[in-house]
Design a protein around this ligand. Structure first.
Ligand code: CP3
Length: 340
C-alpha cells in the first residue's frame, strides 16, 4: 500500500482534501545534488545504473516534497532501442543518429526492445525500494510524433521543419516509422508497468507544432494505440503540449487525465471534454523564476482556476534548469497548503 496516494486517488476520480503535486522534469536539472552526479557519470549511466536511477528519482521526493516520483530516464531511449545512437552533449542537449532513408527506416528494429531495456526492470525495482511506498512512481514515454521529430532532425529544433518536411514528402515512410516507434513504446511501457510503475505519462511535447489536421494524421492515431494498449493496467496521462485542439480526442482515447500547457485554460478543457475530466497542469514554468512568495501566490491562483476538483498540480511544461530550489519548493508547498 502506498502511504501518500493522493495522486492515484485523483486519477481515480475520488474526492480528496487537496490536489496532489509533482512536476515535469522534477528529477535532475535544477537540483544541486544532481549536478554533482552529472559531473561524475554520463547521462545513460545515470539512467541505467539502478543505484543512480534510484538516487536521482527519489531526490525530488526528499528535497522538494512532491506527491509522486517520475522515473529518471529520457524519451529518447526508444530511439536507442530501435538502433540509433544518442549522445547527450553537455550544454547542447541530445544529438542523435538519424533515420530518414528507406533503408534506415527499415533497419529500425522493434524486436530489439526487450533486450535493449534489460536495465529497466532492475532500475525500476531499485527506485521502488528507494521510495519505500511513500509515493507512487510514474513511468513515461515520448509520443511517436515527438520521437520522430528527434529521429529525423537529429537534435532539438525551433520549428522541427525537417521533421515536417519528412512527413509531408514521405508520408508513407513516416507512417512506417511511427508504427515502429509505437510498437517499441508499447513494449517498453509494459516493461515499466511489469516492474512496478503505478501510472504512465506520454509526453507529446511537440504535438502542438502540428495543425489540427496534421495532428489527426501523424500523432493522434499512435497516441490512441499506446493508450489502448496499457490503460487497463495503469492510469494513463496524455500531455500533448499546446495541442488544445486535440484534447477532446485524447480524452476519448481513454486517457485517465490530460496535461494542459499554460496557454490552455481548464474551463476550455472542461467545456470540450466534459465537466468531470481530470486535468494536470498548468503553471507557466517561467513563473518559477520569480521569488518564492510570488510563486506561492501564482500557484494558488492557478489551482483556483481548476475549480477545486479533479486536478493534479503541475507546470505547463518541464521545470527550467535555471529554477531555484526555493521557488520549486514554494510551488510544491502552495499546493500542499491548499484545501478544497
Ligand atoms: O523528471 C525528470 O527529469 C525525469 C526524467 C526526464 C528527462 N527527460 C531527463 C533529462 C524526462 C521525463 C524527460 C523527458 C523528455 N526528454 C522530453 C519530454 C518532456 C519535455 O520537456 O518536453 C523531451 C522533449 C526530452 C528530450 C531531451 N532530453 C532534451 C530536449 C534534452 C536536453 C535539454 C534538457 O536539459 O532537458 C534532454 C536531456 C535530458 N533529459 C536532461 C535530463 C535531466 C539534461 C541532461 C543532463 O542532465 O545530463
Amino acid at each position: 500500500m502506498i502511504k501518500n496516494d493522493l495522486f492515484l486517488r485523483t486519477l481515480n476520480g475520488e474526492k480528496i482534501e487537496r490536489p496532489p503535486v509533482w512536476f515535469m522534469r522534477q528529477a535532475g536539472r535544477y537540483l544541486p545534488d544532481y549536478m554533482v552526479l552529472k559531473e561524475k557519470y554520463s547521462f545513460f549511466e545515470r539512467v541505467q545504473n539502478p543505484d543512480l536511477a534510484r538516487e536521482i528519482t527519489v531526490m525530488p521526493i526528499d528535497q522538494v516534497g512532491v506527491d509522486a516520483a517520475i522515473l529518471f530516464s529520457d524519451i529518447l531511449v526508444i530511439a536507442q532501442s530501435l538502433g540509433l545512437k544518442v549522445v547527450m552533449v553537455p550544454g547542447k542537449g541530445p544529438v542523435l543518429q538519424t533515420a530518414t532513408t528507406e533503408a534506415e527506416v527499415a533497419a529500425l528494429n522493434v524486436e530489439n526492445t526487450e533486450e535493449f531495456f534489460h536495465y529497466a526492470a532492475p532500475a525500476i525495482k531499485a527506485v521502488k525500494e528507494g521510495l519505500d511506498n511513500r509515493v507512487p512512481l510514474i513511468g513515461f514515454a515520448g509520443s511517436p510524433w515527438t520521437l520522430l521529430c528527434y529521429m529525423v532532425q537529429g537534435q532539438g529544433s525551433r520549428d522541427f521543419g525537417e521533421a515536417k518536411r519528412f512527413i509531408l514528402n514521405e508520408s508513407d515512410r513516416a507512417k512506417v516509422m511511427l508504427e515502429k516507434i509505437t510498437e517499441a513504446t508499447i513494449r517498453y511501457l509494459q516493461i515499466q508497468i511489469d516492474a512496478g510503475c503505478d501510472a504512465v505519462q506520454i509526453f507529446d511535447s511537440w504535438g502542438g507544432m502540428l495543425s489540427p489536421a496534421m495532428y489527426d494524421e501523424f500523432s493522434l492515431p499512435y497516441m490512441k494505440r499506446i493508450t489502448k494498449a496499457v490503460k487497463d493496467r495503469v492510469p494513463v496521462i496524455l500531455f500533448a503540449k499546446g495541442a488544445w485542439y486535440a484534447l477532446d480526442k485524447l480524452h476519448a482515447a481513454g486517457a485517465s487525465a490530460l496535461g494542459l500547457s499554460w496557454t490552455t485554460s481548464p474551463d476550455y478543457a472542461r467545456k470540450v471534454c466534459g465537466a468531470d475530466v481530470i486535468l494536470q497542469g498548468n503553471l507557466d514554468p517561467t513563473t518559477l523564476l520569480a521569488l518564492p512568495d510570488v510563486v506561492a501566490k501564482a500557484t494558488k491562483k492557478m489551482i483556483d482556476s481548476f475549480g477545486g476538483r479533479n486536478h493534479i498540480v503541475n507546470l505547463g511544461h518541464g521545470v527550467l534548469p535555471t529554477t531555484s530550489v526555493d521557488s520549486a519548493k514554494a510551488f510544491v508547498e502552495a499546493a500542499k497548503a491548499y484545501r478544497y
